[in-house]
Design a protein. Structure first.
Length: 69
């Protein structure tokens, strides 16, 4: 496995992928009540082999967090 300096890593399961022409929004359920969504390129979705039900790790760098309410 690749080593990362990011301390904020959350393992979970992909529960939704909303595909667009260029990007996709991927939702990862990390606990029963907590999910993390991220927009990544469709190319990245394919390269990572992401599918609903796949195990995945959300890696969050503190300098690139967006909080919305």
């Amino acid at each position: 496995m690749m080593k990362l300096s990011a301390r904020n890593q959350f393992q979970g399961k992909v529960v939704e992928i909303k595909e667009g022409a260029v990007n996709a929004t991927v939702k990862i359920e990390v606990t029963k009540d907590v999910a993390i969504s991220s927009t990544i390129s469709m190319e990245a979705v394919k390269e990572l082999g992401l599918k609903v039900g796949s195990e995945a790790t959300a890696v969050i760098k503190a300098t690139s967090v967006m909080v919305m309410a």
